[in-house]
Design a protein around this ligand. Sequence first.
Ligand code: GAR
Length: 199
Amino acid sequence: MDNSLKRLVVLISGNGTNLQAILDAIANSVLAVRVVLVVSNHKTAYGLQRAASAGVPTLYFPLKPYRDAGRSREDYDADLATQIGNYEPDLVVLAGWMHVFSPVFLDRFPHRVINLHPALPNTFSGTEAIQRAYAAYRKGEIATSGCMVHYAVPEVDTGQVITQEIVPFKADDTLETYEARMHEAEHQVIVAAIRNVLA
Ligand code: GAR
């Protein structure tokens, strides 16, 4: 194990194809970093299996017990920041993480939390961005969409942009074909952003 490598903690909520793109880039020597922890807020997130297959430690950290105990989002954010802090990350990567972090979390890792979003800056923030962009294209409201990685701030899916890529619509696109192309672009953009930030 090369201890001089930069340390990444990756947060996911689902399939984890972007986590896989990061792990593949490491395996192929495209990225010289170590993923020291993968966190999921969902127990069944397939990304947890991807992490385990790559020998990466995992942490399942759900919000529900906090809600059930009447504790706040800030309590959850503070405890998760402490857990992640124990792994001394150089960079925290939100790769399909579907919680919005409060300053309680973000202030623990200043300028070290980046977020992937499947839309261009200042468009379609929040969930189901690809579906909403595709619907807007079909209605003739937009001509293109894309994806980006940006520094995370408390406002959802905004913050200084690190990398972005336009993903053009094609006349015969279905939501499924467009979504597949968007995910391919995301897998490039997330790796480029990590290289960029850690360079
Ligand atoms: C990605 O499309 C990512 O951009 C999106 O969740 C998906 C996760 O896919 N994130 C957001 O919408 C954040 N607002 P994955 O689990 O296969 O990497």
